[in-house]
Write a protein that binds this ligand. Structure first.
Ligand code: ZN
Length: 443
């Protein structure tokens, strides 16, 4: 946490000469939280990112004199909106909705604003850590509208910005002034770190969605259920050429080429689904995601929607929580599905290898995580993907019986051995926490 009110921050150096800077004032352009700072050597005046959120790894600095940005080239998505916001600020009226549950004099501000869905969600998932570890400070989450339903109980205040995600690229002057005035009313304000990749092993997703994730101990009690995740802006294509054509058709806004890609991608999903239905008769299959409805076979449960709302998203989570596997292409679309399902298969594009696991919220560990979490090439054929899924499901009972200490099979073996002790009075059965069973002769 960083103390920002009173604003006594003293870290950082001048991006131009490396000299010490003097910090003057807190600024909140929206996604970024920054400070005005002046270099004590070259006297350049800056807006410097405070080290929270994505700025922990990729800080962005703005020279006030000419609006020049200093930032890593890999994060143009993060630096360019800031530069544009400085040169062309949004002056439209915008006041957040301040929802107060409990008043505190010392607060932690968790800024979850972003124009990308996954980024907002990942930053919001930092909340439970502060609620647990800082009970004497009030936690305030600053979020875009549409995410209120995911805010966990126990938060002191929820500040909701009534704008679409795409609008949050802008630097809104009235929003900034309103936030800064509001922060001035507290004795102390700390800035939450808003880690962009929180540790999922420490996160209970049920605190956010109020949906209980799949219970692995009940794996065999539920009818086999697969959930495919659909999105029309990231497609399952057959080779790298098709991927390139799709990529450039989006950049050049060639809608008719995009449309052909969507139809082709959908046909691959359908081929895979039909193969699975043949391999595993009676298996339940659901398709969920943003897109047109009723374009999949009628024996597939189609829960696609053209736009997202809290009711729909919660309903989707309830389906993920009933799914033995969720299957989809890499992206933030996999966060909530993998947080709730038993396992997953992700189609990972070659240019996303470096982002592997960033969108996976599963809390499985050890061998179970390896077995129930698979990454495959994004150009894999529908038949091969269907075969991988079939094999995973077919062999899971054997995996479970040999590798999981809480497996039903081991419980039954223990039960049988305990019952048979009378028949073998000289034999002692030792059960340890790892579920290994050893037999030893009594001396
Ligand atoms: Zn300097």
């Amino acid at each position: 946490m960083i103390l920002v009110s009173p604003f006594l921050y003293s870290g950082g150096n001048c991006p131009a000469c490396g000299g010490k800077v003097v910090w003057n004032k807190l600024r909140i352009p929206g996604i970024h939280v920054m400070g005005e700072a002046t270099c004590t050597l070259c006297h350049t005046e800056w807006l410097l990112d405070l080290p929270v959120g994505h700025s922990l790894h990729f800080p962005v600095h703005l020279k006030k004199e000419d609006g020049k940005i200093i930032a890593d080239k890999r994060i143009r998505w993060y630096s360019e909106p800031l530069a544009l916001g400085w040169s062309h600020p949004d002056t439209s009226p915008l006041i957040p909705q301040y929802i107060v549950h409990k008043s505190y004099s010392e607060i932690i501000l968790l800024n979850c604003l972003d124009y990308l869905y996954g980024h907002v969600l990942l930053k919001l998932l930092n909340a439970s850590g502060y609620l647990r570890e800082q009970p004497n400070k009030g936690l305030i989450v600053l979020i875009p509208q549409g995410f209120e339903w995911l805010v966990p109980d126990g938060v002191a205040e929820c500040w909701v910005v009534p704008r679409k995600l795409s609008e949050l690229k802008k630097w809104n002057i009235e929003l900034e002034n309103s936030l800064l005035n509001r922060l001035n009313t507290y004795a102390k304000v700390y800035l939450g770190m808003a880690y962009s990749h929180p540790n999922f092993e420490e996160i209970n997703i049920q605190e956010y969605t109020r949906v209980k994730p799949f219970d692995l101990s009940a794996y065999f009690d539920l009818p086999l259920h697969l959930c495919f995740i659909w999105r029309e802006d990231r497609l399952w294509l057959g080779n790298s050429w098709q991927e390139r054509i799709h990529h450039y058709s989006r950049i050049l806004k060639l809608k008719w080429i995009e449309k052909i890609g969507i139809i082709y991608s959908r046909s691959r999903y359908i081929k895979c689904i039909k193969k699975l239905q043949k391999n595993i008769p009676g298996i339940k299959i659901t398709i969920i995601g943003l897109g047109k409805k009723n374009l999949f076979p009628k024996d597939v449960e189609d829960l696609c929607q053209l736009s997202l709302d809290p009711h729909t998203e919660k309903k989707w989570c309830e389906v993920y929580a009933q799914s033995h596997l969720v299957i989809g292409i890499h992206g933030s679309n996999m966060l909530l599905p993998t947080a709730h399902s038993a396992g997953f298969v992700e189609l990972l594009p070659s240019d996303r290898q470096g982002n592997m696991t960033q969108d996976i919220a599963s809390t499985l560990q050890g061998k179970t995580a390896w077995y129930l979490g698979r990454f495959v090439e994004a150009t894999l054929s529908p038949q091969k993907l269907a075969n991988i899924i079939t094999e995973m499901l077919h062999h899971y009972p054997h995996f479970e019986s040999t590798s999981r200490k809480d497996s039903q099979v081991w419980k039954e073996i223990k039960s049988v051995l305990i019952k048979s002790r009378g028949a073998y009075p000289d034999t002692e059965y030792i059960f340890d926490e790892n579920s290994s069973v050893s037999l030893s002769e009594n001396q």
